[in-house]
Design a protein around this ligand. Structure first.
Ligand code: C2E
Ligand code: CA
Ligand code: CA
Length: 614
């Protein structure tokens, strides 16, 4: 909805400056062109003076466009209305007068871009009144021609306003009317550049409401929305006029204070965050030279997290220039730690298929893949945050969160339970060597009710290569509970099949890099076929990972792979999105029994298979 009192979001000082200077320059040029056809010395003199004024004003605005304040913009628009009326009065003839009166249209465009609707309408009316009066005063322009000029003006103004409002709403949060995430990005980008140029300070704060989840949980979404609107309005009223308040998303807000430092911003925010009715945590930072908006927000976000950890209802100032001691990966790990506390690490599931005798893919399994969307950086690749978690001692928390969530989600999905699918969960080698790992897995299975026989832990080849006795012992312990083990990413390291003998595995997952060229390179096909045969002999089911095309799937099928996973078949998705596919999966068949042509049942090593079935 249009707010009559709101300056259009697109009317940034930069855009206003550029538009004004271009308008003045072009209007001056048209005055000069009309001047060429004038004979009377009065009209020539006035037109030359007006063109000169226009050039000076346009050049001035172009030079000072970052400093042109609102009063100056009003003055320039008002001046242009007066000048346009003046030139249309003095023009020698009706055609010149009408042409010059059309300069009012330029003013109309400027006013509709720059001002709130009410103000813009005021300028439009003034412009129309003056141009009408000027034209009628001359006596040689008909009323019809005057009205036509006015209609043109109104038409252009309405069209421009519609476009401006549409463009502005993309940056405005519908609930609070504050600039949204996109608006914040634009604002920050501009203010950072302005701060770099002027050398003035720019302080930025990220605010996060404390206990907002409770408001939503107890009062419902309507109560949550009302609270957000109320906070936005009261904060907006309390903040200095030169600051900008934006809604970052959810219950997070960001404040920009151009020309202010972190101390000043903390002073301003202190009463807001300690308000007992609606307490919040704030992270305040001061922009550094050459910092990007994303880097700045990341620092502010890290400071909010510290404020939350320090006990809420407070402001924490982020380390400034050079004082930051945390490395990127440590920052990521600390944010991940908080996300784990809040249950924000989600799981997506990528289906694994076998082909039945008729060549139809049948859903047999799922791989659980951790998903984390960071508040500032957006989705972060698991490769990145798993590495940070490993580096900073968090990987066991990540692993158990993913395992617990996976088993809980699947056990509470009737479709998943009935489908008979087996789920693979990735496990880091560092988790395996922690004392009590296997017992932890057993507890998760007991708590969630997901059957041990339908869980496969995926460990990478590097764990196997590391020859870690403790890790291998942990794998034996989970196998004893009936949980399966897969050797993941086979073919990425210095793969050595003989090592597999030490690992109690049921599946071998061939890495994409290993299988990608199996359909184009005969030598690679031979290699894959050999690995498949050897795996068979060892009682391992073979999974081809990263199958991206039908040709790859076809070739890998021909080479004897049992199961297939990859974008060609399905992408990782939240469990809810897979419900339909799970429901149409015939129950009571185990993936092993579906595996075509497999002499073994994956899940059992050859030496576990009863002699009668060999
Ligand atoms: P991964 O275990 O090899 O998982 C398969 C990865 O390949 C996934 O990437 C999946 O999205 C991607 N993928 C699947 N099909 C295709 C395809 O056709 N083409 C290509 N190019 N990629 C495909 P994602 O989800 O980014 O995970 C990356 C890695 O992060 C995983 O590799 C796994 O090693 C690790 N990871 C993910 N979740 C967890 C977790 O909960 N714990 C641990 N320790 N590691 C995890
Ligand atoms: Ca995996
Ligand atoms: Ca893999």
């Amino acid at each position: 909805m249009t707010d009559w009192r709101r300056v259009p979001e697109v009317a940034t000082p930069h855009l206003v400056g550029v538009t004004l200077s271009v308008a003045y320059a072009l209007a001056s040029l048209s005055c000069l062109l009309v001047l060429a056809g004038q004979h009377a010395s009065t009209s020539r003199g006035v037109l030359a003076a007006v063109a000169g004024t226009g050039v000076v004003a346009g050049a001035g605005v172009a030079l000072l466009r970052h400093r042109v304040g609102r009063p100056a913009v009003h003055a320039l628009v008002a001046l242009s209305i007066g000048l346009a009326a003046l030139v249309s009065v003095v023009a020698d003839d009706a055609s010149g007068a009408l042409l010059l009166a059309s300069l009012h249209t330029v003013v109309a465009v400027a006013a509709t871009i720059f001002f709130p609707l009410a103000t813009a309408a005021g300028y439009l009316s003034a412009s129309m009144a003056l141009s009408t009066t000027a034209l009628l005063l001359r006596g040689d322009v008909t009323v019809a021609e005057t009205v036509a000029a006015d209609l043109l003006l109104v038409a252009v103004a309405v069209m421009v306003r519609l476009v401006v409002d549409r463009a502005s709403s993309a940056s405005v949060d519908a609930l609070t009317g504050l600039p949204n995430r996109r608006g914040l990005d634009d604002l920050l980008d501009r203010e950072l550049r302005a701060a770099d140029r002027s050398g003035e300070a720019l302080a930025v704060a990220m605010l996060d409401l404390d206990g907002f989840k409770r408001v939503n949980a107890t009062g419902g979404n309507d109560a949550g929305d009302a609270a957000l609107r109320e906070v936005a309005a009261s904060w907006r009223a309390a903040l200095p006029a030169r600051s900008a308040l934006t809604r970052f998303g959810g219950d997070q807000f960001a404040v920009l204070l151009p020309g202010g430092d972190e101390e000043e911003l903390v002073r301003v925010l202190q009463p807001l965050v300690t308000d007992t009715r609606r307490p919040a945590s704030a992270g305040v930072v001061r922009a550094r030279l050459d910092e990007t908006p994303a880097e700045l927000l990341r620092r502010a976000d890290a400071a909010v997290h510290r404020a939350k950890r320090a006990g809420r209802g407070r402001c924490v100032v982020g380390a400034d220039g050079g004082g930051e001691t945390l490395s990127g990966s440590a920052l990521l790990a600390s944010a991940l730690s908080l996300a784990l506390d809040r249950g924000q690490v989600k799981v997506h599931y990528q289906p694994l298929y076998a082909y039945d005798a008729s060549g139809t893919p049948v859903l047999c399994g799922l791989e659980a893949l951790a998903r984390w969307v960071h508040a500032v950086q957006g989705p972060i690749s698991p490769a990145e945050f798993v590495a940070a978690a490993e580096e900073h001692g968090l990987v066991h928390r990540l692993g158990s969160a993913v395992l617990e969530r996976t088993c809980r989600e699947l056990a509470s999905s009737p479709a998943a339970v009935a489908s008979g699918v087996v789920v693979g969960v990735n496990v880091s080698g560092l988790e395996l060597v922690r004392p009590g790992y296997a017992e932890g897995v057993a507890q998760v299975l007991r708590r969630t009710g997901w059957p041990a026989g339908r869980l496969v832990l995926e460990v990478t080849e590097s764990v196997v290569e590391a020859d870690a006795e403790v890790a291998v012992a942990a794998l034996h312990a989970v196998r004893a509970q009936g949980v399966g083990v897969a050797v993941d990413d086979f073919g990425t390291g210095y793969s050595c099949l003989s090592r597999l003998d030490d690992v109690p595995a049921n599946y071998l997952k061939l890495d994409r890099s290993f299988t990608a060229t199996a359909h184009t390179s005969p030598r690679r096909a031979l290699l894959v076929a050999a690995v498949v045969q050897l795996s068979r002999a060892m009682g391992l089911g073979v999974v081809a990972e990263g199958v991206e095309t039908a040709e790859q799937a076809e070739a890998l099928r021909a080479l004897g792979c049992d199961l297939f996973q990859g974008y060609h078949l399905a992408r990782p998705e939240p469990l809810a999105a897979l419900a339909a596919r799970l429901e149409s999966t015939p129950a009571a068949t185990t993936p092993g029994s579906r595996t075509p042509g497999a002499a073994h049942v994956p899940g059992q090593r050859r030496d576990d298979v009863p002699a009668s079935s060999r």
